[in-house]
Write a protein of this length. Sequence first.
Lengths: 125, 504
Amino acid sequence: MASGFDEMPSRFPKLLAIVFAAFAILLAASAALGKEKESPEVLAAMRGFDKPLILLVGMVVYVRTVDILGYLIPSVLLFFFVGWMLGYRKHLRLAVTGLVAVLIVYAVFNLALGVPLPSPPWWPA
Amino acid sequence: LENILLALGELGDPSVFFFLFCGVTLGLVVGSMPGLNDAITLAVLIPVTFSMEPSTAFALLVGVYCAACYGGSIPAIMLKIPGTASSVVTAIDGHAMAKNGRAGEALGISTVSSVFGGITSSLVLLLFAPALAGYALKVGPPEYFALAILGLSTVVGMGSGPLLKNLIACAIGLLISTVGMSPQTGYPRFTFDNPYLFEGVDFVSMLIGLFGVSAVLEVAEELSHRARKGKLSSSLPKIGPLLPRWSMVKRLLPTWLTSSGIGNVIGIIPGAGMIMAVYLAYGQASRRSKHEKFGTGVPEGVAAPEAANNAVVASSMVPLLSLGIPGNSTSALFLGALLIQGLRPGPSLFSETPEVGYLIVISFLAANIIMGPMGLLVAKLLSRLIVKLPRELLSASICILCLTGAFAVGNSVFNMWVALVFGALGYLFNKLEIPHSPVILAVVLGTMMERSLYQSLVLSGGSIGILFERPISLVLLLGALLSVAMPAIKVMIHRLKAGSQSRS
Protein backbone atom coordinates (compact mmCIF):
# COMPACT_ATOMS: atom_id res chain seq x y z
CA MET A 1 0.00 0.00 0.00
CA ALA A 2 2.87 2.35 -0.73
CA SER A 3 0.67 4.30 -3.10
CA GLY A 4 -2.84 3.55 -1.93
CA PHE A 5 -3.99 5.37 -4.99
CA ASP A 6 -3.25 2.51 -7.33
CA GLU A 7 -4.41 -0.24 -5.05
CA MET A 8 -7.77 1.01 -3.84
CA PRO A 9 -9.66 1.29 -7.13
CA SER A 10 -8.66 -2.23 -8.11
CA ARG A 11 -9.87 -3.81 -4.88
CA PHE A 12 -13.52 -4.09 -5.87
CA PRO A 13 -12.92 -5.45 -9.41
CA LYS A 14 -10.48 -8.00 -7.99
CA LEU A 15 -13.06 -9.15 -5.49
CA LEU A 16 -15.54 -9.49 -8.34
CA ALA A 17 -13.09 -11.58 -10.32
CA ILE A 18 -12.89 -14.06 -7.44
CA VAL A 19 -16.69 -14.13 -7.22
CA PHE A 20 -17.00 -14.81 -10.94
CA ALA A 21 -14.49 -17.61 -10.74
CA ALA A 22 -16.46 -19.19 -7.91
CA PHE A 23 -19.75 -18.95 -9.81
CA ALA A 24 -18.18 -20.38 -12.93
CA ILE A 25 -16.99 -23.40 -10.96
CA LEU A 26 -20.40 -23.80 -9.32
CA LEU A 27 -22.20 -23.59 -12.65
CA ALA A 28 -19.83 -26.05 -14.27
CA ALA A 29 -20.19 -28.40 -11.31
CA SER A 30 -23.97 -28.33 -11.36
CA ALA A 31 -23.95 -28.93 -15.11
CA ALA A 32 -21.48 -31.79 -14.77
CA LEU A 33 -23.47 -33.39 -11.99
CA GLY A 34 -26.44 -33.33 -14.32
CA LYS A 35 -28.66 -31.35 -11.99
CA GLU A 36 -29.53 -29.07 -14.84
CA LYS A 37 -29.92 -30.50 -18.29
CA GLU A 38 -28.37 -27.57 -20.09
CA SER A 39 -27.03 -28.76 -23.40
CA PRO A 40 -30.19 -29.75 -25.30
CA GLU A 41 -31.97 -26.56 -24.25
CA VAL A 42 -29.08 -24.37 -25.35
CA LEU A 43 -28.92 -26.18 -28.67
CA ALA A 44 -32.64 -25.69 -29.19
CA ALA A 45 -32.27 -22.01 -28.37
CA MET A 46 -29.41 -21.68 -30.84
CA ARG A 47 -31.59 -22.79 -33.73
CA GLY A 48 -33.64 -19.60 -33.76
CA PHE A 49 -30.48 -17.57 -33.44
CA ASP A 50 -29.91 -16.73 -37.10
CA LYS A 51 -32.52 -14.01 -37.56
CA PRO A 52 -31.71 -12.02 -34.41
CA LEU A 53 -28.04 -12.23 -35.34
CA ILE A 54 -28.66 -10.88 -38.86
CA LEU A 55 -30.80 -8.13 -37.37
CA LEU A 56 -28.03 -7.22 -34.97
CA VAL A 57 -25.51 -7.06 -37.80
CA GLY A 58 -27.93 -4.80 -39.66
CA MET A 59 -28.11 -2.48 -36.67
CA VAL A 60 -24.32 -2.41 -36.39
CA VAL A 61 -24.05 -1.45 -40.03
CA TYR A 62 -26.71 1.20 -39.39
CA VAL A 63 -24.81 2.85 -36.55
CA ARG A 64 -21.67 2.84 -38.68
CA THR A 65 -23.42 4.53 -41.60
CA VAL A 66 -25.11 7.17 -39.45
CA ASP A 67 -21.67 8.73 -39.10
CA ILE A 68 -21.25 8.85 -42.85
CA LEU A 69 -24.72 9.42 -44.28
CA GLY A 70 -26.45 11.25 -41.46
CA TYR A 71 -29.63 10.14 -39.76
CA LEU A 72 -32.43 10.08 -42.32
CA ILE A 73 -31.33 7.74 -45.10
CA PRO A 74 -29.89 4.94 -42.95
CA SER A 75 -32.91 5.06 -40.64
CA VAL A 76 -35.39 4.54 -43.45
CA LEU A 77 -33.24 1.69 -44.73
CA LEU A 78 -33.03 0.14 -41.26
CA PHE A 79 -36.81 0.34 -40.86
CA PHE A 80 -37.27 -1.44 -44.17
CA PHE A 81 -34.62 -4.01 -43.28
CA VAL A 82 -36.10 -4.83 -39.87
CA GLY A 83 -39.65 -5.04 -41.20
CA TRP A 84 -38.54 -7.25 -44.05
CA MET A 85 -36.44 -9.49 -41.83
CA LEU A 86 -39.41 -10.00 -39.54
CA GLY A 87 -41.33 -11.33 -42.50
CA TYR A 88 -43.42 -8.39 -43.66
CA ARG A 89 -43.82 -8.78 -47.41
CA LYS A 90 -45.98 -5.84 -48.50
CA HIS A 91 -42.99 -3.90 -49.76
CA LEU A 92 -44.63 -0.66 -50.78
CA ARG A 93 -46.55 -0.31 -47.54
CA LEU A 94 -43.41 -1.14 -45.57
CA ALA A 95 -41.38 1.51 -47.39
CA VAL A 96 -44.03 4.19 -47.02
CA THR A 97 -44.60 3.43 -43.32
CA GLY A 98 -40.85 3.50 -42.79
CA LEU A 99 -40.46 6.86 -44.47
CA VAL A 100 -43.36 8.38 -42.56
CA ALA A 101 -42.27 6.92 -39.23
CA VAL A 102 -38.68 8.10 -39.60
CA LEU A 103 -39.81 11.57 -40.66
CA ILE A 104 -42.08 11.80 -37.62
CA VAL A 105 -39.29 10.70 -35.30
CA TYR A 106 -36.92 13.14 -36.98
CA ALA A 107 -39.39 15.98 -36.61
CA VAL A 108 -40.16 15.15 -32.97
CA PHE A 109 -36.51 15.06 -31.94
CA ASN A 110 -35.19 17.84 -34.13
CA LEU A 111 -38.00 20.37 -33.92
CA ALA A 112 -40.10 19.60 -30.86
CA LEU A 113 -37.37 18.40 -28.52
CA GLY A 114 -34.43 20.38 -29.84
CA VAL A 115 -32.10 17.40 -30.11
CA PRO A 116 -30.28 17.74 -33.42
CA LEU A 117 -29.97 14.33 -35.06
CA PRO A 118 -26.86 13.78 -37.15
CA SER A 119 -26.99 15.21 -40.65
CA PRO A 120 -24.65 14.14 -43.43
CA PRO A 121 -21.24 15.85 -43.31
CA TRP A 122 -21.71 17.35 -46.77
CA TRP A 123 -24.99 18.95 -45.71
CA PRO A 124 -24.73 22.73 -45.33
CA ALA A 125 -25.11 23.53 -41.65
CA LEU B 1 -49.61 18.74 3.29
CA GLU B 2 -48.96 22.07 1.62
CA ASN B 3 -46.65 20.27 -0.77
CA ILE B 4 -49.46 17.92 -1.70
CA LEU B 5 -51.70 20.88 -2.45
CA LEU B 6 -48.91 22.43 -4.47
CA ALA B 7 -48.58 19.26 -6.50
CA LEU B 8 -52.33 19.12 -6.99
CA GLY B 9 -52.22 22.66 -8.29
CA GLU B 10 -49.47 21.70 -10.69
CA LEU B 11 -51.50 18.75 -11.87
CA GLY B 12 -54.35 21.16 -12.56
CA ASP B 13 -52.10 22.74 -15.18
CA PRO B 14 -53.72 21.73 -18.48
CA SER B 15 -50.48 20.68 -20.13
CA VAL B 16 -49.46 18.45 -17.23
CA PHE B 17 -52.88 16.87 -17.11
CA PHE B 18 -52.84 16.44 -20.87
CA PHE B 19 -49.58 14.52 -20.73
CA LEU B 20 -50.85 12.38 -17.89
CA PHE B 21 -53.87 11.58 -20.01
CA CYS B 22 -51.65 10.81 -23.00
CA GLY B 23 -49.52 8.59 -20.81
CA VAL B 24 -52.52 6.61 -19.59
CA THR B 25 -53.85 6.17 -23.12
CA LEU B 26 -50.48 5.16 -24.47
CA GLY B 27 -49.98 2.80 -21.56
CA LEU B 28 -53.31 1.11 -22.20
CA VAL B 29 -52.51 0.66 -25.87
CA VAL B 30 -48.98 -0.67 -25.46
CA GLY B 31 -49.97 -2.78 -22.48
CA SER B 32 -52.59 -4.52 -24.55
CA MET B 33 -50.17 -5.28 -27.37
CA PRO B 34 -48.53 -8.61 -26.74
CA GLY B 35 -44.79 -8.19 -26.84
CA LEU B 36 -44.81 -4.56 -25.79
CA ASN B 37 -44.70 -3.71 -22.14
CA ASP B 38 -44.20 -0.81 -19.77
CA ALA B 39 -40.43 -1.18 -19.60
CA ILE B 40 -39.94 -1.08 -23.37
CA THR B 41 -42.26 1.91 -23.70
CA LEU B 42 -40.58 3.82 -20.90
CA ALA B 43 -37.14 3.06 -22.32
CA VAL B 44 -38.25 4.52 -25.64
CA LEU B 45 -39.96 7.51 -24.05
CA ILE B 46 -37.26 8.63 -21.61
CA PRO B 47 -35.07 10.27 -24.25
CA VAL B 48 -38.19 12.03 -25.54
CA THR B 49 -38.79 13.52 -22.08
CA PHE B 50 -35.24 14.87 -22.09
CA SER B 51 -36.16 18.42 -23.02
CA MET B 52 -39.60 18.44 -21.43
CA GLU B 53 -40.39 20.14 -18.13
CA PRO B 54 -39.99 17.70 -15.22
CA SER B 55 -43.68 18.00 -14.37
CA THR B 56 -44.97 17.07 -17.82
CA ALA B 57 -42.27 14.44 -18.30
CA PHE B 58 -43.17 12.56 -15.15
CA ALA B 59 -46.90 12.90 -15.71
CA LEU B 60 -46.39 11.11 -19.03
CA LEU B 61 -44.15 8.37 -17.66
CA VAL B 62 -46.31 7.71 -14.61
CA GLY B 63 -49.39 7.42 -16.80
CA VAL B 64 -47.68 4.81 -18.96
CA TYR B 65 -46.41 2.78 -16.01
CA CYS B 66 -49.83 2.63 -14.35
CA ALA B 67 -51.92 1.90 -17.39
CA ALA B 68 -49.62 -0.57 -19.15
CA CYS B 69 -49.90 -2.88 -16.19
CA TYR B 70 -53.68 -2.98 -16.55
CA GLY B 71 -53.67 -2.96 -20.35
CA GLY B 72 -51.95 -6.34 -20.33
CA SER B 73 -55.11 -7.94 -19.04
CA ILE B 74 -57.13 -7.06 -22.16
CA PRO B 75 -55.49 -9.55 -24.56
CA ALA B 76 -55.06 -11.95 -21.63
CA ILE B 77 -58.83 -12.09 -21.29
CA MET B 78 -59.73 -11.84 -24.96
CA LEU B 79 -57.09 -14.12 -26.48
CA LYS B 80 -55.38 -15.85 -23.56
CA ILE B 81 -52.20 -14.06 -24.63
CA PRO B 82 -50.95 -11.92 -21.74
CA GLY B 83 -50.07 -8.45 -23.03
CA THR B 84 -47.51 -8.03 -20.28
CA ALA B 85 -45.83 -10.56 -18.01
CA SER B 86 -47.86 -9.28 -15.07
CA SER B 87 -51.11 -10.56 -16.56
CA VAL B 88 -49.97 -14.15 -17.09
CA VAL B 89 -52.20 -15.36 -14.29
CA THR B 90 -55.14 -13.21 -15.33
CA ALA B 91 -55.27 -15.13 -18.59
CA ILE B 92 -56.23 -18.36 -16.82
CA ASP B 93 -59.57 -17.39 -15.33
CA GLY B 94 -60.07 -14.30 -17.48
CA HIS B 95 -60.07 -16.20 -20.74
CA ALA B 96 -62.19 -18.96 -19.24
CA MET B 97 -64.76 -16.30 -18.33
CA ALA B 98 -64.60 -14.92 -21.88
CA LYS B 99 -65.24 -18.37 -23.30
CA ASN B 100 -68.30 -18.64 -21.08
CA GLY B 101 -69.62 -15.47 -22.71
CA ARG B 102 -68.59 -13.23 -19.84
CA ALA B 103 -65.76 -11.36 -21.56
CA GLY B 104 -67.22 -7.96 -20.75
CA GLU B 105 -67.66 -8.85 -17.12
CA ALA B 106 -64.08 -10.12 -16.92
CA LEU B 107 -62.76 -6.91 -18.49
CA GLY B 108 -64.89 -4.86 -16.11
CA ILE B 109 -63.66 -6.77 -13.07
CA SER B 110 -60.09 -6.45 -14.26
CA THR B 111 -60.52 -2.69 -14.65
CA VAL B 112 -62.09 -2.12 -11.26
CA SER B 113 -59.58 -4.41 -9.55
CA SER B 114 -56.66 -2.63 -11.20
CA VAL B 115 -57.98 0.76 -10.18
CA PHE B 116 -58.52 -0.47 -6.62
CA GLY B 117 -55.03 -1.95 -6.38
CA GLY B 118 -53.50 1.11 -8.00
CA ILE B 119 -55.19 3.56 -5.65
CA THR B 120 -54.15 1.67 -2.50
CA SER B 121 -50.64 1.59 -3.83
CA SER B 122 -50.62 5.32 -4.58
CA LEU B 123 -51.76 5.98 -1.03
CA VAL B 124 -48.97 3.77 0.30
CA LEU B 125 -46.51 5.76 -1.80
CA LEU B 126 -47.94 9.04 -0.54
CA LEU B 127 -47.73 7.94 3.09
CA PHE B 128 -44.38 6.20 3.10
CA ALA B 129 -42.07 7.82 0.55
CA PRO B 130 -41.80 11.32 2.04
CA ALA B 131 -41.63 9.97 5.58
CA LEU B 132 -38.97 7.43 4.73
CA ALA B 133 -37.05 10.05 2.78
CA GLY B 134 -37.04 12.39 5.76
CA TYR B 135 -35.65 9.61 7.85
CA ALA B 136 -33.12 8.56 5.22
CA LEU B 137 -31.60 12.03 5.16
CA LYS B 138 -30.35 11.49 8.69
CA VAL B 139 -28.42 8.28 8.11
CA GLY B 140 -24.84 8.06 6.97
CA PRO B 141 -22.65 6.05 4.60
CA PRO B 142 -22.58 2.85 6.70
CA GLU B 143 -26.37 2.63 6.52
CA TYR B 144 -26.31 3.21 2.79
CA PHE B 145 -23.77 0.46 2.40
CA ALA B 146 -25.94 -1.90 4.42
CA LEU B 147 -28.97 -0.87 2.39
CA ALA B 148 -27.19 -1.62 -0.87
CA ILE B 149 -26.26 -5.04 0.46
CA LEU B 150 -29.87 -5.60 1.51
CA GLY B 151 -31.12 -4.60 -1.93
CA LEU B 152 -28.73 -6.98 -3.65
CA SER B 153 -29.62 -9.78 -1.27
CA THR B 154 -33.35 -9.46 -1.77
CA VAL B 155 -32.99 -9.41 -5.52
CA VAL B 156 -30.88 -12.55 -5.32
CA GLY B 157 -33.06 -14.29 -2.75
CA MET B 158 -36.42 -13.38 -4.27
CA GLY B 159 -35.58 -12.96 -7.95
CA SER B 160 -37.38 -14.96 -10.58
CA GLY B 161 -34.48 -17.16 -11.66
CA PRO B 162 -32.61 -19.92 -9.86
CA LEU B 163 -30.33 -18.70 -7.08
CA LEU B 164 -27.05 -19.21 -8.92
CA LYS B 165 -28.27 -17.37 -12.02
CA ASN B 166 -29.50 -14.49 -9.88
CA LEU B 167 -26.08 -14.33 -8.27
CA ILE B 168 -24.35 -14.35 -11.64
CA ALA B 169 -26.68 -11.61 -12.92
CA CYS B 170 -25.85 -9.60 -9.83
CA ALA B 171 -22.12 -10.00 -10.33
CA ILE B 172 -22.40 -8.96 -13.99
CA GLY B 173 -24.24 -5.83 -12.88
CA LEU B 174 -21.59 -5.07 -10.28
CA LEU B 175 -18.91 -5.49 -12.91
CA ILE B 176 -20.69 -3.02 -15.19
CA SER B 177 -20.93 -0.60 -12.29
CA THR B 178 -17.15 -0.53 -11.95
CA VAL B 179 -16.72 0.98 -15.42
CA GLY B 180 -15.73 4.63 -15.19
CA MET B 181 -13.95 6.72 -12.60
CA SER B 182 -13.50 4.91 -9.31
CA PRO B 183 -15.19 6.54 -6.33
CA GLN B 184 -12.99 8.57 -3.93
CA THR B 185 -9.79 8.20 -5.95
CA GLY B 186 -11.10 9.07 -9.43
CA TYR B 187 -9.01 6.46 -11.13
CA PRO B 188 -10.41 5.38 -14.53
CA ARG B 189 -11.31 1.68 -14.61
CA PHE B 190 -12.21 -0.41 -17.69
CA THR B 191 -12.54 2.74 -19.77
CA PHE B 192 -9.95 1.75 -22.40
CA ASP B 193 -9.08 5.43 -22.64
CA ASN B 194 -12.47 6.12 -24.14
CA PRO B 195 -13.67 9.47 -22.77
CA TYR B 196 -17.30 8.39 -23.21
CA LEU B 197 -16.81 5.75 -20.55
CA PHE B 198 -15.27 8.00 -17.87
CA GLU B 199 -18.68 8.68 -16.40
CA GLY B 200 -19.52 4.99 -16.52
CA VAL B 201 -21.76 3.15 -18.94
CA ASP B 202 -24.66 5.44 -19.79
CA PHE B 203 -27.54 4.13 -17.71
CA VAL B 204 -30.44 5.10 -19.97
CA SER B 205 -28.77 3.78 -23.12
CA MET B 206 -28.11 0.56 -21.27
CA LEU B 207 -31.79 0.25 -20.30
CA ILE B 208 -32.87 1.06 -23.85
CA GLY B 209 -30.67 -1.77 -25.05
CA LEU B 210 -31.71 -4.27 -22.40
CA PHE B 211 -35.43 -3.67 -22.85
CA GLY B 212 -36.00 -2.17 -26.29
CA VAL B 213 -33.38 -3.58 -28.62
CA SER B 214 -33.48 -7.03 -27.05
CA ALA B 215 -37.28 -7.05 -27.44
CA VAL B 216 -36.91 -6.48 -31.18
CA LEU B 217 -34.47 -9.38 -31.41
CA GLU B 218 -36.87 -11.48 -29.36
CA VAL B 219 -39.73 -10.73 -31.76
CA ALA B 220 -37.53 -11.73 -34.70
CA GLU B 221 -37.03 -15.14 -33.22
CA GLU B 222 -40.64 -15.56 -32.20
CA LEU B 223 -42.03 -14.54 -35.57
CA SER B 224 -39.75 -16.95 -37.42
CA HIS B 225 -40.98 -19.71 -35.12
CA ARG B 226 -44.55 -18.78 -35.78
CA ALA B 227 -44.01 -18.65 -39.52
CA ARG B 228 -43.02 -22.27 -39.28
CA LYS B 229 -46.02 -23.20 -37.17
CA GLY B 230 -48.55 -21.29 -39.26
CA LYS B 231 -50.69 -18.32 -38.46
CA LEU B 232 -52.27 -17.78 -35.12
CA SER B 233 -55.98 -18.12 -35.44
CA SER B 234 -57.61 -15.33 -33.56
CA SER B 235 -61.32 -15.41 -33.06
CA LEU B 236 -62.33 -12.80 -30.58
CA PRO B 237 -65.12 -13.46 -28.13
CA LYS B 238 -68.05 -11.05 -27.87
CA ILE B 239 -67.58 -8.43 -25.19
CA GLY B 240 -71.00 -7.63 -23.74
CA PRO B 241 -71.71 -5.37 -20.76
CA LEU B 242 -68.63 -4.21 -18.90
CA LEU B 243 -69.43 -2.80 -15.49
CA PRO B 244 -69.59 -5.41 -12.73
CA ARG B 245 -72.77 -5.51 -10.66
CA TRP B 246 -72.88 -4.18 -7.12
CA SER B 247 -73.26 -7.67 -5.70
CA MET B 248 -70.08 -8.65 -7.50
CA VAL B 249 -68.25 -5.65 -6.08
CA LYS B 250 -69.27 -6.71 -2.57
CA ARG B 251 -68.20 -10.26 -3.25
CA LEU B 252 -64.76 -9.23 -4.56
CA LEU B 253 -63.96 -6.67 -1.89
CA PRO B 254 -62.10 -9.08 0.43
CA THR B 255 -60.06 -10.39 -2.52
CA TRP B 256 -59.15 -6.85 -3.49
CA LEU B 257 -58.06 -6.00 0.01
CA THR B 258 -55.80 -9.02 0.51
CA SER B 259 -54.37 -8.89 -3.01
CA SER B 260 -53.63 -5.18 -2.76
CA GLY B 261 -51.97 -5.81 0.58
CA ILE B 262 -49.76 -8.50 -0.92
CA GLY B 263 -48.93 -6.29 -3.90
CA ASN B 264 -48.00 -3.33 -1.76
CA VAL B 265 -45.71 -5.28 0.54
CA ILE B 266 -43.96 -6.97 -2.37
CA GLY B 267 -43.71 -3.67 -4.21
CA ILE B 268 -41.86 -1.94 -1.40
CA ILE B 269 -39.24 -4.67 -1.08
CA PRO B 270 -36.51 -3.85 -3.60
CA GLY B 271 -36.04 -6.59 -6.14
CA ALA B 272 -39.03 -8.76 -5.29
CA GLY B 273 -40.91 -8.06 -8.50
CA MET B 274 -44.41 -8.07 -9.88
CA ILE B 275 -44.69 -11.68 -10.99
CA MET B 276 -44.15 -12.88 -7.46
CA ALA B 277 -46.95 -10.64 -6.17
CA VAL B 278 -49.31 -11.88 -8.85
CA TYR B 279 -48.71 -15.55 -8.09
CA LEU B 280 -48.93 -15.01 -4.34
CA ALA B 281 -52.23 -13.15 -4.66
CA TYR B 282 -53.71 -15.76 -6.97
CA GLY B 283 -52.60 -18.58 -4.71
CA GLN B 284 -54.02 -16.83 -1.71
CA ALA B 285 -57.38 -16.24 -3.41
CA SER B 286 -57.67 -19.81 -4.65
CA ARG B 287 -56.87 -21.20 -1.23
CA ARG B 288 -59.52 -19.07 0.42
CA SER B 289 -62.41 -19.80 -1.91
CA LYS B 290 -63.64 -23.26 -1.07
CA HIS B 291 -66.56 -23.95 -3.35
CA GLU B 292 -65.33 -22.65 -6.70
CA LYS B 293 -62.75 -24.25 -8.90
CA PHE B 294 -60.11 -21.83 -10.10
CA GLY B 295 -59.25 -21.94 -13.77
CA THR B 296 -62.85 -22.35 -14.87
CA GLY B 297 -63.65 -18.66 -15.01
CA VAL B 298 -63.89 -17.55 -11.40
CA PRO B 299 -64.16 -13.77 -10.97
CA GLU B 300 -61.75 -13.85 -8.03
CA GLY B 301 -59.16 -15.37 -10.36
CA VAL B 302 -59.21 -12.15 -12.36
CA ALA B 303 -59.61 -9.77 -9.46
CA ALA B 304 -56.72 -11.12 -7.36
CA PRO B 305 -53.84 -10.85 -9.87
CA GLU B 306 -55.06 -7.58 -11.34
CA ALA B 307 -55.40 -5.87 -7.97
CA ALA B 308 -52.01 -7.25 -6.96
CA ASN B 309 -50.06 -6.19 -10.04
CA ASN B 310 -51.36 -2.65 -9.97
CA ALA B 311 -50.65 -2.50 -6.25
CA VAL B 312 -47.01 -3.17 -7.04
CA VAL B 313 -46.81 -0.25 -9.47
CA ALA B 314 -46.77 2.79 -7.21
CA SER B 315 -45.35 1.04 -4.17
CA SER B 316 -42.31 -0.04 -6.17
CA MET B 317 -41.51 3.67 -6.34
CA VAL B 318 -41.24 3.95 -2.55
CA PRO B 319 -37.61 2.79 -2.29
CA LEU B 320 -36.67 4.80 -5.39
CA LEU B 321 -38.15 8.11 -4.29
CA SER B 322 -37.10 7.81 -0.67
CA LEU B 323 -33.73 6.07 -0.88
CA GLY B 324 -32.68 6.19 -4.53
CA ILE B 325 -32.92 2.42 -4.85
CA PRO B 326 -35.22 1.15 -7.60
CA GLY B 327 -37.75 -1.43 -6.41
CA ASN B 328 -37.89 -3.29 -9.73
CA SER B 329 -36.60 -2.93 -13.24
CA THR B 330 -39.38 -0.57 -14.33
CA SER B 331 -38.75 1.84 -11.50
CA ALA B 332 -35.07 1.68 -12.49
CA LEU B 333 -36.24 3.38 -15.68
CA PHE B 334 -37.68 6.15 -13.55
CA LEU B 335 -34.26 6.47 -11.98
CA GLY B 336 -32.92 7.04 -15.49
CA ALA B 337 -35.61 9.62 -16.14
CA LEU B 338 -34.76 11.48 -12.93
CA LEU B 339 -31.07 11.51 -13.82
CA ILE B 340 -31.80 12.83 -17.30
CA GLN B 341 -33.78 15.68 -15.82
CA GLY B 342 -30.78 16.53 -13.68
CA LEU B 343 -32.62 15.63 -10.49
CA ARG B 344 -30.98 13.76 -7.67
CA PRO B 345 -32.89 10.57 -6.89
CA GLY B 346 -32.94 9.67 -3.24
CA PRO B 347 -33.93 11.26 0.02
CA SER B 348 -33.05 14.77 -1.09
CA LEU B 349 -35.68 14.64 -3.83
CA PHE B 350 -38.48 15.56 -1.45
CA SER B 351 -36.51 18.20 0.41
CA GLU B 352 -34.73 19.87 -2.51
CA THR B 353 -37.36 19.58 -5.22
CA PRO B 354 -40.61 18.86 -3.39
CA GLU B 355 -42.69 20.00 -6.36
CA VAL B 356 -41.32 17.15 -8.50
CA GLY B 357 -41.33 14.55 -5.75
CA TYR B 358 -44.91 15.16 -4.75
CA LEU B 359 -46.05 15.59 -8.32
CA ILE B 360 -44.84 12.09 -9.13
CA VAL B 361 -46.73 10.73 -6.13
CA ILE B 362 -49.93 12.60 -6.92
CA SER B 363 -49.68 11.64 -10.59
CA PHE B 364 -49.85 8.00 -9.61
CA LEU B 365 -53.10 8.64 -7.79
CA ALA B 366 -54.55 10.67 -10.65
CA ALA B 367 -53.41 8.19 -13.29
CA ASN B 368 -55.19 5.38 -11.51
CA ILE B 369 -58.38 7.38 -11.33
CA ILE B 370 -58.25 8.30 -15.02
CA MET B 371 -57.47 4.69 -15.82
CA GLY B 372 -60.93 3.52 -14.71
CA PRO B 373 -63.12 5.13 -17.37
CA MET B 374 -60.35 5.16 -19.97
CA GLY B 375 -59.71 1.48 -19.44
CA LEU B 376 -63.35 0.60 -19.97
CA LEU B 377 -63.44 2.73 -23.10
CA VAL B 378 -60.30 1.20 -24.58
CA ALA B 379 -61.46 -2.29 -23.67
CA LYS B 380 -64.76 -1.69 -25.39
CA LEU B 381 -63.63 0.12 -28.51
CA LEU B 382 -60.05 -0.72 -29.26
CA SER B 383 -59.42 -4.18 -27.92
CA ARG B 384 -60.38 -5.77 -31.23
CA LEU B 385 -58.21 -3.39 -33.20
CA ILE B 386 -55.10 -3.45 -31.08
CA VAL B 387 -54.44 -7.15 -31.13
CA LYS B 388 -54.48 -7.11 -34.93
CA LEU B 389 -51.76 -4.48 -35.49
CA PRO B 390 -48.90 -5.80 -37.61
CA ARG B 391 -46.10 -6.51 -35.18
CA GLU B 392 -43.45 -6.33 -37.87
CA LEU B 393 -44.04 -2.63 -38.44
CA LEU B 394 -44.29 -2.04 -34.74
CA SER B 395 -40.97 -3.70 -34.06
CA ALA B 396 -39.28 -1.78 -36.84
CA SER B 397 -40.55 1.47 -35.31
CA ILE B 398 -39.36 0.41 -31.86
CA CYS B 399 -35.95 -0.38 -33.28
CA ILE B 400 -35.65 3.08 -34.85
CA LEU B 401 -36.97 4.80 -31.73
CA CYS B 402 -34.56 2.94 -29.46
CA LEU B 403 -31.46 3.80 -31.43
CA THR B 404 -32.57 7.39 -31.98
CA GLY B 405 -33.37 7.68 -28.30
CA ALA B 406 -30.01 6.33 -27.28
CA PHE B 407 -28.37 8.91 -29.49
CA ALA B 408 -30.49 11.70 -28.08
CA VAL B 409 -29.65 10.88 -24.45
CA GLY B 410 -26.05 11.97 -24.75
CA ASN B 411 -26.06 13.46 -28.22
CA SER B 412 -23.49 10.91 -29.26
CA VAL B 413 -23.29 7.92 -31.56
CA PHE B 414 -21.34 6.13 -28.84
CA ASN B 415 -24.55 5.66 -26.85
CA MET B 416 -26.06 3.89 -29.86
CA TRP B 417 -23.25 1.36 -29.52
CA VAL B 418 -24.01 1.01 -25.84
CA ALA B 419 -27.65 0.30 -26.65
CA LEU B 420 -26.67 -2.28 -29.27
CA VAL B 421 -24.23 -4.08 -26.99
CA PHE B 422 -26.78 -4.25 -24.21
CA GLY B 423 -29.48 -5.28 -26.65
CA ALA B 424 -27.37 -8.26 -27.64
CA LEU B 425 -26.53 -8.95 -23.99
CA GLY B 426 -30.18 -8.70 -22.98
CA TYR B 427 -31.14 -11.17 -25.67
CA LEU B 428 -28.38 -13.51 -24.58
CA PHE B 429 -29.52 -13.22 -20.96
CA ASN B 430 -33.02 -14.22 -22.03
CA LYS B 431 -31.66 -17.27 -23.80
CA LEU B 432 -29.52 -18.29 -20.86
CA GLU B 433 -32.35 -17.55 -18.44
CA ILE B 434 -30.36 -14.95 -16.59
CA PRO B 435 -32.88 -12.48 -15.14
CA HIS B 436 -32.51 -8.79 -16.03
CA SER B 437 -33.53 -7.09 -12.87
CA PRO B 438 -30.58 -8.19 -10.70
CA VAL B 439 -28.25 -6.85 -13.38
CA ILE B 440 -29.91 -3.45 -13.41
CA LEU B 441 -30.23 -3.21 -9.66
CA ALA B 442 -26.61 -4.22 -9.22
CA VAL B 443 -25.44 -1.53 -11.62
CA VAL B 444 -27.25 1.07 -9.53
CA LEU B 445 -26.33 -0.36 -6.17
CA GLY B 446 -22.74 -1.27 -7.06
CA THR B 447 -21.67 2.34 -7.39
CA MET B 448 -23.56 3.31 -4.27
CA MET B 449 -22.14 0.37 -2.34
CA GLU B 450 -18.53 1.02 -3.24
CA ARG B 451 -18.74 4.73 -2.59
CA SER B 452 -20.46 4.36 0.76
CA LEU B 453 -18.05 1.65 1.83
CA TYR B 454 -15.05 3.90 1.26
CA GLN B 455 -16.82 6.82 2.90
CA SER B 456 -17.57 4.65 5.93
CA LEU B 457 -13.98 3.51 6.11
CA VAL B 458 -12.83 7.12 6.04
CA LEU B 459 -15.27 7.87 8.86
CA SER B 460 -14.03 5.01 10.98
CA GLY B 461 -10.37 5.44 10.11
CA GLY B 462 -10.16 2.17 8.22
CA SER B 463 -11.97 -0.13 10.62
CA ILE B 464 -14.66 -2.30 9.07
CA GLY B 465 -16.37 -2.56 12.46
CA ILE B 466 -18.30 0.64 11.79
CA LEU B 467 -20.68 -1.35 9.61
CA PHE B 468 -21.72 -3.59 12.48
CA GLU B 469 -21.62 -1.13 15.36
CA ARG B 470 -24.33 1.21 14.19
CA PRO B 471 -27.75 -0.27 15.00
CA ILE B 472 -29.59 0.56 11.78
CA SER B 473 -26.84 -0.72 9.55
CA LEU B 474 -26.56 -3.90 11.65
CA VAL B 475 -30.29 -4.56 11.34
CA LEU B 476 -30.16 -4.00 7.59
CA LEU B 477 -27.22 -6.37 7.23
CA LEU B 478 -29.03 -9.02 9.25
CA GLY B 479 -32.04 -8.54 7.01
CA ALA B 480 -29.78 -9.09 4.01
CA LEU B 481 -28.46 -12.29 5.51
CA LEU B 482 -31.98 -13.51 6.18
CA SER B 483 -33.23 -12.83 2.67
CA VAL B 484 -30.35 -14.75 1.12
CA ALA B 485 -30.81 -17.60 3.57
CA MET B 486 -34.56 -17.66 2.88
CA PRO B 487 -34.55 -20.17 0.00
CA ALA B 488 -32.32 -22.51 1.97
CA ILE B 489 -34.53 -22.21 5.05
CA LYS B 490 -37.60 -22.91 2.95
CA VAL B 491 -36.05 -26.06 1.55
CA MET B 492 -35.15 -27.21 5.04
CA ILE B 493 -38.65 -26.63 6.37
CA HIS B 494 -40.04 -28.43 3.37
CA ARG B 495 -37.79 -31.42 3.99
CA LEU B 496 -38.65 -31.50 7.67
CA LYS B 497 -42.34 -31.49 6.82
CA ALA B 498 -41.93 -34.16 4.18
CA GLY B 499 -39.93 -36.22 6.63
CA SER B 500 -42.52 -36.01 9.38
CA GLN B 501 -45.29 -36.83 6.91
CA SER B 502 -43.59 -39.93 5.60
CA ARG B 503 -43.01 -41.12 9.13
CA SER B 504 -46.61 -40.66 10.24
